[in-house]
Structure formats: structure tokens, C-alpha cells
Design a protein around this ligand. Structure first.
Ligand code: DHB
Length: 377
């Protein structure tokens, strides 16, 4: 997305990716886009397939104590979310990049960055050949395990983190979604989430232990647990079907500050991780690169580094609010480990309050659809 936004402002970039193209377009990851991401894709000419295939959701359901209550985003905020896989977004951006003939290299390794103070350089190997790229700015969009954050000089970064005592077991199944909107559920057996990827594919998650052995979860056990945790007294439950993908997602909150050293800028998961409840990860990464693309193009327009130097502070204001929201959704919806009866009853009371007070519903809705981004459009 950063390469795409820079291209539109006439700024050259080289994109290098460690994985293969097939891997990045096939690997199913998150799937909920905030309104600003949808608007940005449409406004910048990469939204045609999203407009055809994306599933717009005007609300979400919270289930607890055998009942379901709906929060109406559209009525409360005038905004919505759209279900469209992160890998589909990546596929559309790769197509757009190809159409510009600007460089995009997959299966690159031995990457290092240097000269961060003054003359940035990126070294990498592609097809066994070493390359050295001199540039004005390096964007570290290389994820939590990438090389850019560890390339900051010692003492510059402060890391803040929280690891949760549970994880998500996620599946994809060939089953028509039985609800048009997502259902987040808390039961005395733990959390479960009903989501989808298309009119024929259901995506489901359930709270499990961080060291859970996926082999201990044959399909029948997964369906039985999902039905128990998701069925509500009104007769609603997920449709079942053949499971074609299973995986475990660990849960972590992490922020590294600042997101800049010299001419190296971190964006997305290289600087921050949220637990998945509330679906903020991809959306935060897009917000970062919007601010960064704007700052880089101002630098080329005026020679001024003011916007570049404000990047970290600008992004972190909103990142911390999304951290708070993701932590809150996670804490409200997961069974504590160890289980504590007081906490469980308090969580049920919170869900009852949040879904019955207009103020409560609005606080969830305005964060879920995405808080405003502090950058000129
Ligand atoms: C999905 C993932 C999330 O983390 C979430 O909160 C909602 C939906 C999904 O993969 O569909």
C-alpha cells in the first residue's frame, strides 16, 4: 500500500519481500477492513474487486449467557466494516504494482539496512546475487519478526508488551455463513468468534491454550466446541461443513517507540502487534503507511523533514487507542486463566451494559469502525 500511495505521488520505490508471491496471496490472515481502508482503496483505484466481492457489515453481534445482542455501526457512527481477506488486498495491490512496472521483488533474503543517520542503504540477495540499494528513506514494513526493528541502534527503542494466557484456534470451512454479521461470544467454556470470508466460506475461532496441540483437535471436536460456545437460545448456530484450514494464533500486545530512527521508519507489525479481537492489525498498518506516504511526499515537495519527524508521534496517538480497544475487547470476551468467578460475572455484566446502553454501544462501534486518522486526505 505504501508503494502504491507513493507511486500515485510520483515517488519511486523498490519493494522487497522475503516470501514468494504465491505464499503472500494464498496465506489467509485477517479479514475485516475499517471504512478508511475501503475508502482509500476505492479512491486510489484498487477497490474494484473489493467493491464487487467485499461483504459490507453494518453491525456486529455480541453473545453471552445464551442471548445475542446487535450493535448497529451504521446507525451509531454512519460507518461500516467490510469483510475482505488481507491476502485479497495484497493480491489487488500486487496487480496495481505490476501495472506501474515499478520494482517488486519476491523471495529476497540476506536483507540488511545501514547508513540510517545520513545515507540509507539496503543490501539484499536475490537469485543468489547480492544487491545494494541507496535511497532517501527506508520503510520497515517487515512485520514483527523482520530485520528493521532490530537494526535500530541499542538504547533507542523502548518496547511495551503484554502476553495473554490464551490463543485462538482458527478454522476455515466450506459452509455458508449462517449470520450476515460477525458474532463474538463469551461462555463459561471460553471465547468463540463467528466470521466469514465469502458467501460459501465460514471463518471460526475459539479460545484455546497458547501451547495447544492442534493434533488434539480433530474436526468433530472443533465443531462440537464451536456449537457449544456459539449457539444461542434463539436457535442460532453456525453452519458446519468440511474444514480446509486450521491454525493457532498467539495473542500479544506490543508497541516499540519511537517508530523512527534517522531515515528508517517502522510501519505495521514491525512496530506494533495487537491481539486479534477487534481486528485492528491490518487496519493500523494501513493507517501508518497513509501517514508515512504523506510525510515522504511532503519531503520531496518541499525538502522539509518536519512531517517525517512527526511520523512516530502522529501514528502512536492512534496506535495506543487501538491498543486499548484491542486489549479491552480481548479482556471482556475471554475467559480468564486461571478462571475467576468474580471476573466472569463482571464480564457478563459488562457485555450486558455495553449492548444495552447507547453510550456503551457507541464506544464499541466508533472504535470498531476505526477512529479518525490525523492526516490530510
Ligand atoms: C476476523 C478476525 C478477527 O480478529 C476479528 O476480530 C474478526 C474477524 C476474521 O478473520 O474474519
Amino acid at each position: 500500500m505504501l508503494g502504491h500511495l507513493l507511486h500515485r505521488r510520483g515517488v519511486d520505490s523498490v519493494i522487497i519481500e522475503n516470501r514468494s508471491e504465491e505464499y503472500v496471496v494464498e496465506r489467509v490472515r485477517a479479514g475485516v477492513l475499517e471504512q478508511h481502508v475501503v475508502d482509500l482503496m476505492i479512491e486510489t483505484g484498487v477497490g474494484a474487486r473489493l467493491q464487487r466481492e467485499g461483504l459490507r457489515h453494518d453491525g456486529v453481534w455480541l453473545a453471552f449467557g445464551g442471548i445475542r445482542r446487535r450493535i448497529d455501526f451504521a446507525e451509531l457512527t454512519g460507518k461500516a466494516i467490510t469483510v475482505y481477506g488481507q491476502n485479497e488486498v495484497v493480491r489487488d495491490l500486487i496487480d496495481a504494482r505490476r501495472a506501474t512496472s515499478r520494482p517488486l521483488h519476491f523471495e529476497v533474503d540476506h536483507v540488511s539496512v545501514g547508513g540510517l543517520d545520513s545515507n540509507p542503504v539496503v543490501r539484499y540477495r536475490k537469485d543468489g546475487k547480492e544487491h545494494e540499494l541507496t535511497c532517501d528513506v527506508i520503510a520497515g514494513c517487515d512485520g514483527f519478526h523482520g530485520i528493521c526493528r532490530p537494526s535500530f541502534p541499542p538504547g533507542v527503542l523502548t518496547a511495551f508488551d503484554r502476553v495473554y494466557p490464551f490463543a485462538w484456534l482458527g478454522i476455515l470451512a466450506h459452509a455458508a455463513p449462517s449470520s450476515e454479521e460477525l458474532v463474538y461470544s463469551l461462555t463459561d467454556r471460553g471465547f468463540a468468534l463467528f466470521s466469514m470470508r465469502s458467501p460459501k466460506v465460514t471463518r471460526l475461532y475459539l479460545q484455546c491454550a497458547p501451547d495447544e496441540d492442534i493434533e488434539a483437535w480433530p474436526d468433530e471436536r472443533i465443531w462440537s466446541e464451536l456449537e457449544t460456545r456459539l449457539s444461542t437460545r434463539d436457535g442460532w448456530k453456525p453452519n458446519t461443513g468440511p474444514i480446509f484450514q486450521k491454525g493457532i494464533t498467539p495473542m500479544r500486545s506490543f508497541v516499540a517507540e519511537p517508530m523512527q530512527f534517522g531515515r528508517l521508519f517502522l510501519a505495521g507489525d514491525s512496530a506494533h502487534i495487537v491481539p486479534p479481537t477487534g481486528a485492528k492489525g491490518l487496519n493500523l498498518a494501513v493507517a501508518d503507511v497513509r501517514v508515512l506516504a504523506d510525510a515522504i511526499s511532503r519531503f520531496y515537495d518541499s525538502g522539509s523533514e518536519t512531517a517525517l519527524d512527526a511520523y512516530s508521534h502522529t501514528c502512536l496517538q492512534r496506535i495506543w487507542k487501538a491498543q486499548r480497544f484491542s486489549w479491552w475487547m480481548t479482556s471482556m470476551l475471554h475467559l480468564g486463566v486461571p478462571h475467576n468467578g468474580f471476573d466472569y460475572r463482571r464480564q457478563i455484566a459488562e457485555l450486558d451494559y455495553i449492548t444495552s446502553s447507547r453510550a456503551g454501544m457507541t464506544t464499541l462501534a466508533e472504535n470498531y469502525v476505526g477512529l479518525p486518522i490525523d492526516t490530510p486526505r
